[in-house]
Every structure is written in structure tokens, then in C-alpha cells.
Design a protein around this ligand. Sequence first.
Ligand code: PMP
Length: 499
Amino acid sequence: MVYCPRLDKCDVDEGIIMNIGNASLETECSLNEVFVNEGSPTAQTDNGVGQVAEAAGNTYYLERQAALESNARSYPRRLPIAIARAEGIYVEDTDGRRYIDCLGGAGALVLGHRHPAVVEALQGAVADGVPWQTLDLTTPVKDTFVRGLFESLPQKFAASARIQFCGPSGADAIEAAVKLVKTATGRRSILAFHGAYHGMTHGALALTGEIGPKLAVAGLMPDVHFLPFPYGFRCPFGLGGEAGWCASLGYIERLLDNPGSGITPPAGMLLEAVQGEGGVIPAPDEWLKAIRRITRERDIPLIVDEVQTGIGRTGRMYAFEHAGILPDVLVLSKAVGGGLPLSAVIYHQDLDLWEPGAHAGTFRGNQLAMATGTAAMRFIQEEGLDRHSGAMGTRLMNHLHRIEKGSRALGEVRGRGLMIGVEVVDATGSPNRLGCYPEDPQQARRIQTECLSRGLILELGGRKGCVVRFLPPLIVTQSQIDEIAAIFTDAVDAVENGS
Ligand code: PMP
């Protein structure tokens, strides 16, 4: 490994090292040369686990990342910072700048960073000699976790439920859920929805609406059929409002009863009660109720993906509770581990027809994540953070509605609890027949950048990336909500009026 003396002098302007946001990597140093910059002053201040005693700045880490990590990396292209430390709702970058974190590990950090309840559980588990992972062997930690998780579920659902732990990601659990219902029904088609996001593995990607990441990948899981989600703002039927979601229901019901639809009897229907990555689109409760009726009448297992909405995010422990329905299969990840990697599928026992070993995976038994997940769930329930999430979400929505009134760039504010999105539009374009202007991803990106420069981390989602997303942790306070809204106001103003 060779020290590349030029690396310290690498300068984006000189085009020597890289171009963030562009696939090209122009460097005079080969990757191997860059690999370990042993001679640099920064390497000498590193304590060996990346905890840099003396600050090296964002540029250094971003250049390293661009040189070494995959071209598929995504967040750093829009949020070009290197995070040094984090606490609560805040993160601090390696330049010493502090940000309010409304990305929160894409919703996984439900109690923010390093919450005392989570830290205590983690330290306690380590001190108690808890094994770090146990495949699917049981432990007292696991038993406590399962008991707590089942207690957090509607009693009727929990009473006849089984749980399957999966590999640690949401996509892993989606894969398991699909295998489960295919096995139980002996059928092969799966129904999913326009705008859905279920992950990036071959099966989960096949079930995801966004076409972009699918284009390059041949041979995704077959027999997936997409149905119209009730997206009122850009209604697939051009109707909007109640007429729009009723049309979606009518279409789905007729399609399922049509022997000429081309779709064999489905093994399951998969949906998010609030589409997250798809642009923060809550399904109306009445629509969900009708979907539950339609699936039940036709013996189609209803799989609700609560990877992002679960554990208090939307103002209830589970988003399906707003509609008063019960799923047949519930998919959980992100918040369920209290910020550590964990995922599970919880389903009606009648579906438990797969054979021993039908679904396996080394990292199904993450005991530390079960300990932190138990602590997080307990804290959320004891402190009523699900209700708090609802109240704080309403407060932020009220701010955003006010900002929307004075802005031509903000087309719609929507969400549920602390899962909120603002769709950014091009008001110079031509509105559709519902009066909605075209999506404006560039302007959404500029708003995100202006927020970042003012100390607020937000993510983009939605069709063409035109929805600015707010996912603060459930511990966010009123004054922090007001601060988030104030920064967002300034950022929108800067983009629209150049102030
Ligand atoms: N389902 C939903 C609803 C999600 O939001 C996500 C991740 N954003 C996933 C599945 C996939 O989770 P993971 O990234 O952990 O694979």
C-alpha cells in the first residue's frame, strides 16, 4: 500500500480527485494508492475505529468515500457531509457544523441518536454477557422482545400471530413475507402498488414502483402486478379526492373478478399504509378498509409493509390502526430494533405452512438489537411517544401549510404523524386538469441544499424526487419543530426569491 502524496492536495476544483454526483472518477492516484493514506496527518489522529481525535474535514472524507465506495452510493451525493458524532436530534459533521437530523437513518433512529434508554439497554446487554447473535436459537432477551412486540400489536392480531425473524434489513423481511404467502397459498402472483417502495433486493425491487433502479436489472421476480395507489394530488384516474380513491377500489375489485385480467389468483397483496419513499402518501382510511374487505372476500393475504411507519411513526404504534384494520402479514424493520439492525415478519398462524428451515439467515438473532428494540418500544409506550408523534406532526404540518400558502413552489403538504412530505412543483409549467403543476425535482433539490446549508438535513422522495421529506425522531420537541419550520421557510424563500 503506497502513500499517495498528491491526495492531500486533491482539490475538487482542479478535477484531480472526483466529481460528486457524477459517475466519472478522474484521479491521478490509482485506487490502490488512495486506499490507505498512511502518511497523512489525518490517519495519524485516527484512534483505529474511525474516531478522529483531531478533525479532518468533510472534504477529506468525501473524497475518500468517492474514491473507494460504490458508484451506487446515493445519500452523500445530495447530503455531502461526513458525520463525526450525533446526539438526540442533532448530528455534527467533521467540519464541526451541527444539523437537525430529519433523515434519522431513513426513520430507523426512532428515538434519535444515542438515546439514553437505548444506550443503557446496549450497555446492559454487553455487561450481562448476552450473546451477540444466536441464529434463531431463543434467549431470554429474545423472549422479552417478542413479548413486548406482541403486546404492542392489536390484541386480536397478536393472539393468533407467529413471528419469523429475518436478516436485518427491511428488504429481507419483504422477501420472507412473499415466500410465506406463496408457500401458504400455492399461488405465484403478487399485487403491489404504483409508487411503492419495498427495498432493493431482487424480489423487493420487483415489488417497488420506481422504474429507475429496475431498468438496469434483468430477471427480477416475475408475476408482480401493479395497482393504482390513491395518490390524490396526481390521481392516476385524473379525478382526485374521494372520486379518485373510489375509482382505484372499483378498478381493483373489477380486475380481481375478471377472468381475462391476465393475473392469476394472487398469493398476496402488499402495500404501505403511508407510502414513504414514494412521496409520503397516506392511503385514506376508507380506502384501506375497502382493500381489507376486497382481499378478505377473495382469500388474498394482505401484507402491510410497516418498515417505515411501524412503532409510533404515524401517531399510532402501527399505521394500519388508523383505519381499524388488521393485516394478515406485517413487515417490520427500522424502528423495531431501536436503531440497530433487525427485521421480522409477523403473520396469522393459518399462514404458518412453510417447512422447518424454509426461511433461514445468519443474522436473524441479533440480540443487541432485540435488547435495544425492547428498550425503544418500552420507552415509546411509557412516554406516549406515538401520540406525541401525532401532535408534533400536526404542529409541523400547520407550519408547512402556512409556508405553502405563501409559496408557488410547494404544491402539496401531506403526511401522517412525523412522516411528512412537501411536493415541490414548477408553477411556471402547465397545470393538469386537477390544477396540479408539474413536478420540479431541481427545485426540490435546491430546497434540500439550502436547508442543509442552514443546518437541517432532509431527504427527497416521491416521483422524480420532487418531495421533500421530514422524518424527525419521535423525541422531537415543540421548539425543535418550530426551528425546523423556520429553517425550511428561509430555505424555500432563498430558492424562490433568492433572499
Ligand atoms: N419497505 C419500506 C416501506 C421502506 O421504507 C424500506 C426502506 N426505506 C424498505 C422496505 C426496505 O428496507 P431496507 O432498506 O432496510 O432494506
